[in-house]
Design a protein around this ligand. Sequence first.
Ligand code: DLZ
Length: 211
Amino acid sequence: MATKNLSEYDLTSVPSAANMKFGIVVAEWNYEITGVLAQGAVNTLKNHGAKEENIILKHVPGSFELTLGAQYMAEFAEVDAVIILGCVIQGETRHFDFICQGVTQGITNLNIKYNKPFIFGLLTTDNQQQAIDRAGGRLGNKGDEAAVTAIKMLALKNDLTAIKKGQLIAPFLLLHLLLPFSINPDLRRQACGLVHFFSFLHAFSASRHTI
Ligand code: DLZ
């Protein structure tokens, strides 16, 4: 049982979302809840610098359709991360269990298949009041939490990508340092040109692919 407010966090702990592109997939079932989750997610992304044109929001009929909707979003909208928002409320039958299980497994698979963050913003509650509490009520908004999670996961990916690029450029730098000691002047000139060319290519691609 959640006790913390989902919308309370240290603002300074969240990186800038200025260069990130997000997809948000929202289930229409229980829209009085999921609409509030979506609004919270959009506001939070914008508060952290995401541009309006870099937030693509689409709807699917129910939570069961969230997985495929999220896959469409990753394939056709070329977003960096997908935020998945739905609300499943326990009823009299076991429908609840099957939907929750299907979506959870589906989203887990998408994370691995696309190597992108697909954020699980699905409320799975015993009743309507528990959902209201988590959609702008006394426990905050799960949509805010999902947005912050998306930003943090992309920042993590950026950090690790930068480390990998740094490791790749190291051999070029080493070669650059050793070249002046080469004896043959022609060879030295040609090799210098090549090193400069590849360093430029590398720096160019690093500047274009920070996410
Ligand atoms: C059918 C159904 C039921 C009973 N309950 C919910 C729910 O609480 N939350 C939700 O998002 N969707 C529900 N659905 C619809 C299913 O997710 C799905 O849209 C249909 O089974 C059609 O595939």
